[in-house]
Each structure stands twice: as structure tokens, then as C-alpha cells.
Design a binder for this molecule. Structure first.
Ligand code: CAA
Length: 704
């Protein structure tokens, strides 16, 4: 309990010469109203106290401050605002030192930029991640950071949103020192030195030198931002960040800050930021199980075993190695193992060629991946992940073996994307340790991890799988056992509609164009060509189902990019899809053969049919308790399938459109096409009748 209020305390040190203002608002010192008013009061006292010669602002070991309280956005603002606090700092006539440990992000970083000095503990992370919430740093960050770090570095830090480590921040000129040793005592010693030096106060707003290169070369900002803006894929926040930094260069400080505030307000009210803030909390919720008993702890994972050196197995092994976890890959024969390890090495070499990986880092990672054809190596794993063909018999056979060999208490996971994990677990004597860990291709890149909870999976196993996901940089979401789980089950609805649209009158490039315009990185047909059409063809044949157009293309040997033709054709060595009159001919003939009367289908209908049937399936998934919350489904689609971030995921998007409109369109398409899966789900009907959205649904336990 602090002596200013519950989250802020003020201590007088060194005979009253140093006022130390401590912030302690767990978990991460978000700058909510209590913290802001506590800071204002403490700064006021330190300012008025004539004995005080210097002030230290300090947080906890975990965080100086992670910035504005994101849950307060969109609610009425309560004074004092963060800018008011920073104005108080600007008006201080004695030096204020920000002592940064843990995270100093967003508004927390801006608070530090308002101080006269910044010192940091080794490993502290300093950054302005607002762009990731669809915002820009709205408390002077876009005006002050370029004055300390120069425009080029500021563009990089603000537009990427990625934090920098204390050591880099020192190099960039953002902080004045990295202090090793007991942090608080070192910060006090630094303050003593500041008092002794008695230098004139330097306010960041008054610094100008580092703006000079950008003033002399107005194109410098654009050059620095070019690549990052491309990565921003048309979202408004990255562009607004650049505009605000431009104002720092071209306008006096106060004018620049006004421009920053105006741009911030525009972003705050934008649908994209609303969606991105939804995602911030959704991501963190997706791993919270309402029935998880308190005190369940994940097991420690020191070593992983992956069975299968195919594309998935290799990608999963890379995911572990990328985060420093040693991993064994087991294959049945040496040639397959060598091929798999070569593919892993090739992937790293590509990353080096692209400049995203340093060569020594590749060596370090490759050294963590060890292949073997000896199945007994299963015994080494704290977690064993099976990534072989999608065949129940094969997987059950493997799990019997794994059960025999794995160490007691090891987590046993299947990377199945479709099969019943409960049935796989049932062949072992320890079904409580078994669950699904569904990675997405390419597994070393895609961040989603669907954790499939089977009927006997223990809470400890679930907690361990979640912890592993976080340990290797994934975004885990817990789902239930059903065909395709959450992501692929919804994708199947889109695939059916895409195929139907072709039969009814659209062409692959029309459909892909509409899906791209919606914001996906790729349309379903270009995606199919990339993944290989033969995969689905083989699964369909095994299941006795048909997909008219895709089957005809496969029968003609058009498997996609790998054969130079699929829904599109590809020039030799090129991955660019080129519309192909041959495909149009196949589609028109197949339509006619099946008795369709082709019609012109507009982009609006295509977009609706590429999204609403998925939302409908999402409603069924919730009805069946295969997902805990609608927002978990959003996380899955954004991180696993490239749903555009600015649209917040399918269920969030549905709430924005209005469920009644979606229900009506689905009912219309169901009637027009006779497709049963388009009939509005019971949950959708219920929510419409009650005038509610998906967001209003309470969290539920997964049905097992
Ligand atoms: N506001 C509100 N809650 C926050 C928060 C914030 N800024 N930052 C974190 N939290 C909450 C999380 O929701 C989570 O809550 P639950 O435990 O209830 O789920 C809890 O704090 C812990 O967070 P994490 O699980 O994410 O913990 P971590 O250790 O993995 O990561 C972190 C810590 C790096 C600080 C991460 O939480 C993070 O990136 N936070 C957001 C930082 C950010 O974007 N700041 C900018 C805010 S906008 C701003 O400041 C605008 C401005 O210009 C004024």
C-alpha cells in the first residue's frame, strides 16, 4: 500500500534530497486513473518540497509501466490524463530520472521520455507498441522519440511497434545509462551524480539536433518507412504514425503534439483499432479455462521429441529450436530423415538470404535439432509431438509405442488436423497426458497453436501445452474434439462455397480478388494452388466426397504450383498466379454438365459467401461447446488463416455487421442454392431473437 494512494508511494532518501516515486499497480503498471492521479499528487509534492533536489520515477521489476490502461480506451476520459502528467514533468525545475526495469512501453515509455534522464536495468524493454493496437503514441512519443533517437530509428521503433532492449536504447540515445547492480540503489547513485553535476535541465522537447537530417531531406522519413508501411497492409495506424513523426520534423513541438493528438483521436475511433484492441484481450483470454482449478502448474519442458520429419515435423522442430529448446526428430528411415533435416537447413538458409537471420544463429539452432531413426529416443522428451500422416491406424499404432517408451509424466501430443484425439489417447494407458497440438503450416512461421482437449486430458497437461505454446512464441487457443477442430472446420465451409461460386458463374480470380479486397493475404484458389490440390483430392477420395471443379483439375494433373498449373497457370520458376482460359473452359463445361445456369456474381455476394458461412459454422462450434468463447475463434482465424487484423476475426466482424443481417443473407443463400449448411445456426437465430451479439455470450467449458 503506497502513501500517496493504493498504487503510488513517495519516499524521501539521502536526507530528503531525493524523492523516489514508486509505481506499483500490478501486474504491469498500466497507467489507469489511480496511477495517473497518484503520480500527479506525488510530483506536486516533490516539486513543492524545497529540500528535494532530484526525483526518481520507478516501477516494479516486471514493469516500469506497460502504458495506458487499454481497457479504459473508448470510455469517458478521467483527468488527469497522461499528457497532463508529462506536462507536469516538463514544468519541473528539478531533474526527474526515469528508472526503467522490465517493460517501459507505450504511455510508460512516453512518461519516461517526459523525464530529464532515463536509466535502465539490463534487459529492460523500451518501446512504443501502440501501432499494434491500431493507435499511435498519443502522449508525445512521436514528437520526443525522434528528438532523442533521430528520425530513422524513431520511424523504425514507432511504425514496427517492436520494443528495443536497454542496450540498444542506450546506443540509440533514448536512455542515458544501463545500470548493472542492485537497480534501485544504482538509480539513487545516478540521481546523486546528477545533483552533484548541477547541469542545466534538458527537456527532450527542446532538443533539435537529431531532427536536422530529416529537415534537410524531406524524403528521409518516407524511405525509412517504406518497407514497414508495406508490412502494415493498408492499416491506417502505421501511416498515421509516419504523419505524426513528419509533424515532429516540420512543426514546432506544441504544434506537432497537437497534430499527434488529432491523429490519435482519429485512430482511437477507427474500426481497425477497435478490432485490434479486441484482439489484444482475446489473445490473452484464449488460454484461460473457466474450469481450471487454482494451483495447477505446467510441467517444465527441457527437451522435445517430434515424430516425423515431413514438412510439419520439420517446422515444429524449428519452432522449438528457434526458442532455444533442444529437440529430437525421429523418422523411420534414414533417407526421409536426411531429406527432412535438409529442408530445415534450407529454410534457415532462406531466412539468412532474406536478412532475417544471422548465420551463427542458424548454426546454433541447427545444433539444437538432432535427427535419429531410433524410436527409443521418445524416452528423452518432456513433450512428444507426433506429426505423421493423417491415418488413425498409424497414429494409434504410434501412440501405443510412445506410451511404452515415453518417460512417466511426459506430455504426449498429436499434431492431427482432423482426427479424434480422444480415440488416439484411448490406446494409451495414460490418456490424461494426451492432447492435440495442432500447428499451422508453415509451422515455424504461423503463430496459431490449437490445443485440442480430449475427453480425459488433465488440467496439468493442458496447462503444460499452453506454457509450451508461449515458450515457443505461439498463440495458443484451446478447442474441443470435432472434425477439423475450429479453424479447419470453418475453412471447410468456405471451401464448399468457393467451389459452388465457380459452378454458379464466378471464376477463381473473381473470388480471389474479392477475398484479397476484404483483406486476406491470399484468395482461396491461389492458396489451394500453393498448398497442392492433390492433398484435398486424396482426402475426398478416401471419404467418398466430391468437389466437381477441383476433382476435374486434379484428374487433368493440375495439382497447383508444383505442377505449374492448378486453378491458375504458373510461368516456369514463378509463383505468380496467371488466369488461365483453359481453367475457365473446364469450369464452364463442368457447370453445364451439372446443369447450372451461369450468372454474373458480384464482389459483394462473393465476400458474403466467403465469410458468412464461416460465421455460421462458428456459431455451431459455440453451440456444441467446441470453443470456449467467440473471441477464441477470432484469435484462431487471425493467427492461423490470415483473417485481416483490422476486422478483428469472424465473430467480432459478425457483431459489427449485425447478426440479423447475417442471418437474413444466410437464409437467402440457403434457399437460393439448396445448400443445407447455409441454414442459419440455432445459436445465430437465438441471438438475433434476443438482439444480442456473440460478444455477449458468457465463457463456457469445452465439451469433452
Ligand atoms: N492495459 C491494460 N491491461 C494490460 C496492459 C495495458 N497496457 N498491458 C498488459 N495488461 C494486462 C493483460 O491484459 C494481462 O491481463 P490478464 O492477466 O488479466 O490476462 C496482464 O496485464 C499481463 O499481461 P500479459 O499476459 O500480456 O503479460 P506478459 O508478461 O506476457 O507481457 C507486456 C507483458 C509485454 C507488457 C504485454 O502485456 C503488453 O505488450 N502489453 C501492452 C503494451 C502496450 O501495448 N502498451 C501501449 C498501450 S497504449 C498507450 O500507451 C497509448 C498512449 O500513447 C497513451
Amino acid at each position: 500500500m503506497g502513501n500517496i494512494n493504493a498504487v503510488v508511494h513517495l519516499e524521501h532518501l539521502e536526507g530528503g534530497q531525493i524523492a523516489l516515486i514508486g509505481m506499483d499497480n500490478p501486474p504491469v503498471n498500466a497507467l489507469g486513473h489511480a496511477l495517473r492521479s497518484g503520480l500527479a499528487a506525488a510530483l506536486g509534492q516533490a516539486r513543492a518540497d524545497r529540500a528535494v533536489k532530484a526525483v526518481i520515477l520507478i516501477g516494479t521489476e516486471r514493469a516500469f509501466s506497460a502504458g495506458a490502461d487499454i481497457s479504459e480506451f473508448g470510455k469517458p476520459r478521467q483527468a488527469p490524463g497522461l499528457i497532463d502528467i508529462i506536462d507536469l514533468l516538463d514544468a519541473m525545475e528539478k531533474p526527474v530520472i526515469a528508472a526503467l526495469s522490465g517493460q517501459a512501453l507505450g504511455g510508460g515509455c512516453e512518461l519516461a521520455l517526459g523525464c530529464h534522464y532515463r536509466v535502465a536495468a539490463p534487459g529492460a524493454r523500451i518501446g512504443l507498441p501502440e501501432v499494434k493496437l491500431g493507435l499511435l503514441p498519443g502522449a508525445g512519443g512521436t514528437q520526443r522519440l525522434p528528438r532523442l533517437a533521430g528520425v530513422e530509428r524513431a520511424v523504425h521503433i514507432i511504425v514496427s511497434g517492436d520494443p528495443v532492449a536497454a542496450e540498444q536504447a542506450l546506443h540509440d540515445g533514448i536512455i542515458d545509462a544501463v545500470l548493472s547492480g542492485p537497480f534501485r540503489a544504482e538509480a539513487v547513485a545516478f540521481a546523486r551524480r546528477v545533483i552533484a553535476a548541477a547541469k542545466p535541465l534538458r527537456r527532450v522537447r527542446d532538443i533539435d539536433e537529431k531532427l536536422a537530417p530529416a529537415k534537410a531531406d524531406p524524403k528521409l522519413i518516407d524511405r525509412a518507412a517504406e518497407k514497414l508501411l508495406r508490412r502494415g497492409r493498408g492499416l491506417p495506424a502505421p501511416k498515421a504514425c509516419v504523419e505524426a513523426i513528419r509533424a515532429a520534423v516540420s512543426l514546432p513541438f506544441d504544434e506537432g503534439q497537437k497534430r499527434e493528438a488529432a491523429l490519435f483521436m482519429e485512430l482511437l475511433n477507427s474500426p481497425e483499432s477497435k478490432a485490434q484492441r479486441h484482439l489484444f484481450f482475446a489473445e490473452r483470454e484464449a488460454v484461460k479455462l473457466p474450469d481450471m482449478p487454482g494451483g495447477v502448474k505446467p510441467k517444465r519442458i527441457a527437451r522435445a521429441v517430434v515424430i516425423g520429419a515431413g514438412t510439419m515435423g520439420g517446422g515444429i522442430a524449428m519452432s522449438f529450436a528457434n526458442f532455444g529448446v533442444p529437440v529430437r526428430i525421429i523418422e523411420t528411415d534414414r533417407a526421409a530423415l536426411t531429406r527432412g533435416l535438409d529442408r530445415v537447413a534450407e529454410n534457415y538458409r532462406i531466412a539468412i538470404a532474406r536478412g532475417s537471420l544471422a548465420a551463427p544463429e542458424m548454426e546454433r539452432r541447427m545444433a539444437l535439432i538432432e535427427g535419429t531413426v531410433d524410436f527409443a529416443a521418445v524416452a528423452e522428451g518432456d513433450v512428444v509431438i507426433e506429426a505423421v500422416f493423417e491415418e488413425m491406424d498409424l497414429k494409434q499404432k504410434l501412440f501405443r509405442e510412445i506410451d511404452r517408451l515415453a518417460k512417466p509424466g511426459a506430455l504426449l501430443a498429436s499434431n492431427t488436423s482432423t482426427l479424434d484425439v480422444t480415440k488416439i489417447a484411448a490406446v494409451t494407458k495414460r490418456p490424461e497426458d494426451v492432447l492435440g497440438m495442432h500447428f499451422f503450416s508453415p509451422a515455424n512461421v504461423m503463430r496459431l497453436l490449437e490445443i485440442v482437449r480430449a475427453s480425459k486430458t488433465s488440467f496439468e497437461a493442458l496447462a503444460t501445452a499452453i506454457a509450451i505454446g508461449k515458450q515457443i512464441g505461439k498463440i495458443p487457443a484451446v478447442v474441443g474434439v470435432c472434425d477439423g477442430f475450429v479453424g479447419n472446420r470453418m475453412l471447410a465451409r468456405r471451401t464448399t462455397q468457393a467451389e459452388m461460386l465457380l459452378l454458379e458463374g464466378a471464376l477463381p480470380w473473381d473470388v480471389d480478388a474479392a477475398v484479397l479486397a476484404f483483406g486476406f493475404p491470399m484468395g482461396p484458389f491461389a492458396m489451394g494452388d500453393l498448398a497442392g490440390l492433390d492433398v484435398g483430392w486424396r482426402i475426398r477420395k478416401a471419404r467418398g466426397v466430391k468437389a466437381a471443379i477441383s476433382d476435374v483439375l486434379c484428374e487433368a494433373g493440375r495439382f497447383g504450383q508444383k505442377t505449374g498449373s492448378g486453378y491458375y497457370r504458373y510461368e516456369a520458376g514463378s509463383r505468380t498466379p496467371v488466369p488461365d482460359p483453359e481453367v475457365e473452359k473446364i469450369i464452364v463445361e463442368t457447370s453445364a454438365r451439372l446443369g447450372f445456369k451461369r450468372r454474373t456474381i458480384g464482389a459483394e455476394e462473393i465476400t458474403e459467401r466467403m465469410t458468412y458461412p464461416m460465421i455460421n459454422e462458428g456459431a455451431r462450434i459455440l453451440e456444441e461447446r467446441m470453443a470456449m468463447r467467440a473471441s477464441d475463434i477470432d484469435v484462431i482465424w487471425i493467427y492461423g488463416y490470415g483473417w485481416p487484423v483490422g476486422r478483428g476475426g469472424p465473430m467480432f466482424y459478425a457483431d459489427q455487421i449485425g447478426l440479423a443481417a447475417i442471418r437474413d443473407r444466410l437464409a437467402h443463400y440457403a434457399q437460393a442454392t439448396g445448400e443445407a449448411t447455409l441454414k442459419p445456426a440455432a445459436l445465430l437465430e437465438k441471438l438475433v431473437a434476443e438482439n444480442r451479439g456473440f460478444a455477449s455470450l458468457p465463457v463456457q467449458t469445452i465439451a469433452t
